[in-house]
Design a protein around this ligand. Sequence first.
Ligand SMILES: *Cc1c(COP(=O)(O)O)cnc(C)c1O
Length: 376
Amino acid sequence: MREIQMVDLKAQYEKFGPEIDNAIKSVLVSTAFIKGPDVKLFEQELQEFMGVKNVVSCANGTDALQLALRVLDLKPGDEVITTDFTFIATIEVVALLGLKPVIVDPDPGSFNISVEAIKRAITLKTKAIVPVHLFGQCADMEGIMELAKKHDLFVVEDAAQATGADYIFKNGIVKKAGTIGHIGTTSFFPSKNLGCYGDGGALYTNDESWANKLRSIANHGMKLRYHYDDIGVNSRLDTLQAAILRVKLKYLNEFNEARREAADHYNKAFAYCSSISVPERVKYSSHIFHQYTIKVKDGKRDALKKFLETKNIPSMVYYPGPLHLQNAYSFLGYSGNDFPVTTSLCNEVLSLPMHPEMDKEQLDYITNSILEFFNK
Ligand SMILES: *Cc1c(COP(=O)(O)O)cnc(C)c1O
């Protein structure tokens, strides 16, 4: 059996290595390393895939979030509501820009930001909501957009973990995760569902003027060459990464389908194991399983993780600590009991190996080992 990895980028490279090598080689030969033709072509191909009018590429997913919040022209002290249960980048950019992060609990089943909790956190100073489509399943965007409309708020979707996931509206309309709010952001970090071979990111918006401004800010605030209308940053997607992403985008649906099949395999195996909750599926979203995250009951999570290590099965805790208790954010003044849902999730969640290259032998070995742990 092939050694089990959380994400097996090596196995993936073995699948389409020559195609990737050719893409890289052609950039090397062209020497158009910055803003080469592949960048524009990748943006156009991703626009088509996402069904959105504008894709603006940038250097990473954290920059994408920062650029999105910059373009909304928020003022210092304006409040931005986001979830306690996410990767640090989501709240980091809010604080970096001098805005006030307002943290709320997620829903314990879907892991995504709770619409009820957002409702309770809205004040006169609230200007934006940043939902995260965690682990590959969309947050309740219809509920969030309704609140945003009522209170005149911007919505920036952090879709870093959900490239390719579908949101299904009550009326049957389907849109891609990241294209429903005012601006969506994503990351091409290597382990993401659509990952490059280094750092990369992008923004989605249907608004032409925001797209233009985002392009300008991401490139030193430059509109015409050497004329600067905004204070910008240097945040560009390398041509090499764009060329790699053009190859991988062609396989994204296939990869996401393979992840779903692996998830089905896990679900079936755990169906009668009362010590485990399998990931909840909501009716308004497809799931592309960026992570397959179970909840382990009765305080046995850490013991299970250790047991799996003895079997050479990696697993990860995403996320081990709530954001509101991180030292860097103590200035926000939250205390230990403020977000009970996140706190209990941090003690129960365990993400199992999940990637498109998992085979039946590996999946059986993992599920049998887990069932063995609980039957001991
Ligand atoms: C990965 C990730 C980011 C940041 O992306 P980088 O490209 O690593 O900067 C932001 N938000 C979420 C939810 C992520 O998973």
